[in-house]
Design a binder for this molecule. Structure first.
Ligand code: ADP
Length: 276
């Protein structure tokens, strides 16, 4: 068992702020696991993602305590750019991710590899493969800015997947997408899991988390308050306390449970029972 992401007592405070927005967070994620982070707005989910990809504190500055270890190496021991190859980050808003410097989808997806100086023939092979995988071959000659939100999000994912990072950190990729666009993104994430990638996803759509993710991390006011296999966390009565939406199946099960408890108090006479 290889641990890919390991946080030990991590606390973080942005430079302008008095309060810590991450408070003494510890968890570890095994290679190949798909973990979802849930929590209300402002609970620290994006800051946690930025910590895993090294933007906290390197880009945002501020005070970081504790230890962040990515694939057995301490964050501080990574060379500039090396971490970016290991951890691919997909933004919530695909309009930010798309570079805007390339005028067709093929070149957009190839851009990161070009920057790394990968030979042209290899770039061609890798981009072709990813366009097929993400099902955007038909968009290859389109300008990224002519695409719909869902198409653009798939281009954004393709441009990260082509770099072949071992860890994918994906922050609310479907927040601006319709149900079909959302399913398409989850199909890609499922394929990445099948390829053994370690995936961290921030997502509000609980039904999809219940269907696809292995583990759940629950953030509340900067603290990691619950963690474990998805089913166990949803089944734990403590989850209700954080006022996060349940998946529909869990909600129905909980309603039935309450109804069952209520019905068990209705006295039924033996003869009525015998007739039933
Ligand atoms: P979430 O992703 O769960 O909505 P965030 O990680 O975005 O939460 O935010 C956690 C807290 O950090 C919030 O109180 C937010 O206002 C604060 N915060 C986020 N980004 C910054 C920043 N760049 N500078 C200062 N405070 C920030």
């Amino acid at each position: 068992m290889t641990i890919m992401i390991d946080l030990k007592n991590v606390s973080y405070r942005y430079p302008v702020s008095d309060d810590f927005v991450l408070k003494n967070i510890s968890f570890s994620i095994e290679k190949g696991k798909f973990s979802a982070i849930v929590g209300n707005n402002g609970s620290g989910k994006t800051t946690l993602c930025n910590t895993i990809r090294g933007f906290v504190p390197h880009f945002y500055k501020g005070d970081l305590d504790g230890e962040v270890i990515i694939d057995q190496t301490k964050m501080a021991d990574y060379q500039l750019g090396q971490l970016g190859e290991k951890v691919g980050y997909v933004f919530q808003n695909p309009f930010i991710q798309v570079s805007g410097v390339k005028d067709n989808v093929f070149e957009e997806v190839a851009y990161g590899l070009e920057n790394l100086g990968v030979p042209v023939e290899e770039i061609k092979i890798r981009v072709e493969e990813v366009l097929k995988l993400v099902k955007i071959e038909h968009l290859r000659d389109k300008n990224p800015f002519e695409l719909s939100g869902g198409q653009r999000q798939r281009v954004a994912l393709a441009s990260i997947i082509v770099m072949d990072p071992e860890i994918l950190v994906i922050d609310e990729p479907t927040s601006q997408l319709d149900p079909i666009g959302t399913e398409q993104i989850f199909d890609i994430i499922r394929l990445m899991k099948e390829r053994g990638k370690t995936i961290i996803l921030v997502e509000h759509k609980m039904d999809l988390i219940a269907e696809y993710a292995d583990d759940l991390l629950v953030m509340h006011e900067g603290e990691l308050v619950m963690q474990g296999p998805v089913r166990e966390v949803f089944a734990d009565p403590e989850f209700e306390k954080y006022q996060i939406q349940y998946p529909h199946v869990t909600e129905i099960a909980l309603q039935l449970q309450k109804l069952g408890t209520a019905l068990s108090f209705i006295p039924i006479r033996d003869e009525e029972l015998a007739k039933a």
